[in-house]
Design a protein around this ligand. Structure first.
Ligand code: NAD
Length: 355
């Protein structure tokens, strides 16, 4: 049997903590990939996995992704991630969240948590009763930044899509540009609303068909079945649901010029970045374009530590740097013939001292 730490997904994580709390029933993994640039920041996912090895793989891949994301966003934070293994009914109790808060506290600030799929602002408030190493907490007062990272993530993706349209299609406006959006939740819904405001044409899909249909009605778009969205002829395919959708079959099905969306770990395997390039599709590396949320969460955390307030404008100014970073990656990719995904990975690895 291969040693666990020799598996490619382990990727020299600094620390992986397995948590089991008998009285609350909490089972969790906390992965700290790198603290080279600062405390390892990344959200907590609450998800039911069919097998524990899948949970570990997901946690490790997401954790490394956070190292890359935080480094590329210019944040003084390392990368980490937590996964709480839910049962089939996905029952989440206050006792579990308290035990999870204790586990985060026990790491002494090496890991800072926030929301991810399946975890709400209210859950983070519960965790914050046991540890200060938490962010994404509700804020009071108009103009103050913090709380749910979803709208900040959507804003960064909106700016990134506009940059991609400029780069690939030579257009300064997204008016009339056709966007196919996979997943119409917090991020996908936000991206669709921002682009609709600018006159983009929208095709939307979600496994929750009612949700996609309601948004299509609101924005004057069209809803299609979720298994039809990747093959929809469009200018931009925007994945905002789950990861690993860009595999051989998925890439072969695409009928678009650009892939730019918020889902984490969109490439099924590293070579799929080159497969997109080979098809002439411009790819916005996921962890670069979807950094808006962690920019907000990290800024909020650092400000709370320093006992100061953060204005939304401060966070937005940092998010506005995302298009420039994408442009640098695309230019280097065009000059070197190396895919945008690999260019981004190499940049991130250099920044975390592993290049
Ligand atoms: P969400 O739960 O609000 O929305 C996800 C939506 O995708 C849901 O409506 C769900 O029904 C739908 N969905 C799931 N599988 C689907 C499929 N196969 N086809 C079509 N629709 C499907 O989650 P979110 O916060 O919008 O996050 C979306 C993605 O963006 C996730 O991959 C998440 O990790 C990533 N992300 C989110 C943030 C953030 O700030 N929320 C930040 C960075 C990355």
């Amino acid at each position: 049997m291969t040693a666990f730490w020799a598996e490619p997904d382990f990727d020299a994580h600094e620390q992986v903590t397995l948590v089991h709390d008998r009285s609350s029933g909490l089972t969790a993994i906390i992965a700290v990939h790198s603290t080279h640039l600062g405390p390892a920041a990344g959200g907590t996912r609450f998800w039911h996995y069919n097998d524990p090895a899948g949970a570990m793989r997901d946690c490790l891949r997401l954790s490394r992704g956070m190292s890359y994301k935080n480094a590329m966003a210019g944040l003084p934070m390392g990368g980490g991630k937590a996964v709480i293994l839910a049962d089939e009914q996905r029952i989440k109790t206050p006792e579990m969240l308290a035990a999870f808060g204790d586990a985060v506290e026990a790491l002494g600030g090496r890991y800072v948590t926030a929301e991810d799929v399946g975890i709400s602002e209210a859950d983070m408030v519960a965790v914050s009763r046991r540890t200060a190493h938490v962010s994404g907490l509700p804020v009071e007062g108009a103009g103050r930044a913090g709380g749910d990272p979803g709208p900040f993530t959507a804003h960064g993706i909106y700016l990134g899509i506009k940059a991609a349209v400029r780069h690939k299609l030579g257009k300064d406006s997204v008016a009339g540009i056709h966007l196919a959006v996979q997943g119409t939740g917090s991020v996908g819904g936000g991206v669709a609303r921002l682009l609709a405001r600018d006159g983009a044409k929208l095709t939307l899909a979600d496994i929750n068909a009612e949700r996609a249909a309601a948004l299509a009605t609101e924005l004057g778009g069209v809803a299609v079945a979720s298994d039809a969205i990747m093959a929809t002829p469009c200018d931009v395919f925007s994945p905002n649901a789950l990861g690993a959708i860009l595999d051989d079959a998925g890439i072969a099905a695409l009928d678009c010029a650009i892939v730019a969306g918020g889902a984490n770990n969109q490439l099924a395997q590293a070579q799929h970045g080159a497969a997109l390039s080979a098809r002439g599709i411009l790819y916005a590396p996921d962890y670069v374009i979807n950094a808006g949320g962690i920019i907000s969460v990290a800024t909020e955390y650092l400000a709370r530590r320093d006992r100061r307030q953060v204005e939304v404008a401060e966070v937005r100014a940092l998010i506005e740097q995302i298009p420039g970073r994408l442009e640098t990656i695309w230019q280097e990719s065009a000059a070197s013939g190396v895919s945008a995904a690999v260019v981004a990975d190499r940049m991130a690895q250099r920044l975390i001292g592993r290049g």
